[in-house]
Design a protein around this ligand. Structure first.
Ligand code: NAP
Length: 237
């Protein structure tokens, strides 16, 4: 049974990804930070499957190190944890910037670094990083978020080059607008406007992302590495 760690899987896309991996027969580690109740509720929901919860703030290298000390060898790492913030560029403080980069980008660096020695030893691994379409094209009033998510794309491509011969694939998913807590600041009118601008005339769901993550983790994707897959209904092509 393959072990999968999904960072930030107490809620939203991460939680849906945990559900799908669990139902497909993987041994799933649900990482959470602030939302302990949500993580425990998910654990209860999935009690008939092989699922554990592990607390760590993945923006902190020491907590990532401790988490990896508590879990078995990770075959599949999903770097999903992230935060968003909407601000004029000139209002972004040093703390906003540092927190954004630490939560969305450094977290993936710390987790990849901790996961890779085991993957290299067993000559197998799957790393799936969650970026954003704003990392591909840039989002107004989200410069720090866009920069972090563009960094995830660079990390993915470079690491894929380095790890290919070790049997490890590294890919990236760039979701478009997905209905979760992260987009709860958008009104129904905002969603309608975004839907109208989307070629498929729809808004994405966490399941749309989760099933792509599970595909990229599967043996069917062994010749796919260093890629950025947009799950966005054609909003960004
Ligand atoms: P969400 O509903 O706000 O959930 C965010 C998750 O990340 C939570 O489980 C949260 O855990 C976790 N998290 C945040 N900081 C963390 C940290 N330092 N350590 C551990 N966990 C942390 O967001 P979402 O929409 O599911 O987003 C998931 C990923 O998709 C993010 O990387 C996001 O940038 C990306 N994305 C989302 C959209 C969208 O439209 N929703 C679009 C493009 C990309 P706790 O609550 O336990 O702290």
């Amino acid at each position: 049974m393959r072990n999968v760690l999904i960072t930030g899987s107490s809620r939203g896309i991460g939680a849906e990804t945990a559900r799908l991996f669990a139902k497909k027969g993987y041994n799933v580690y649900i990482n959470y930070n602030k939302s302990e109740n949500a993580a425990l509720a998910l654990l209860d929901e999935l009690k008939n499957y092989s699922v554990q919860a592990v607390k760590a703030d993945v923006s902190k290298p020491d907590e990532v190190k401790k988490m990896f000390g508590e879990i078995s060898g990770i075959d599949i790492l999903v770097n999903n944890a992230g935060i968003a913030q909407t601000k004029l560029f000139t209002d972004i403080t040093n703390d906003d910037w540092n927190n954004m980069i630490a939560s969305n980008l450094s977290s993936a660096f710390y987790c990849c670094r901790a996961a890779l020695p085991y993957m290299i030893r067993q000559h197998f691994g799957r790393i799936i990083n969650i970026s954003s379409m704003w990392g591909q094209v840039g989002g107004s009033c989200e410069v720090h978020y866009s920069a972090a998510k563009a960094g995830i794309i660079g990390l993915t491509k470079a690491l894929a080059m380095e790890e290919g011969l070790s049997g490890i694939t590294v890919n990236c998913i760039a979701p478009g607008v997905i209905k979760t807590d992260m987009t709860s600041n958008l009104s129904e009118d905002d969603f309608t406007a975004l839907k109208d601008e989307t070629p498929t005339n729809s808004i994405g769901t966490p399941f749309d992302v989760a099933r792509t993550v599970v595909f990229l983790a599967s043996d069917n994707s062994s010749f796919i590495t260093g890629q950025v897959l947009g799950i966005n209904g054609g909003f960004v092509v």
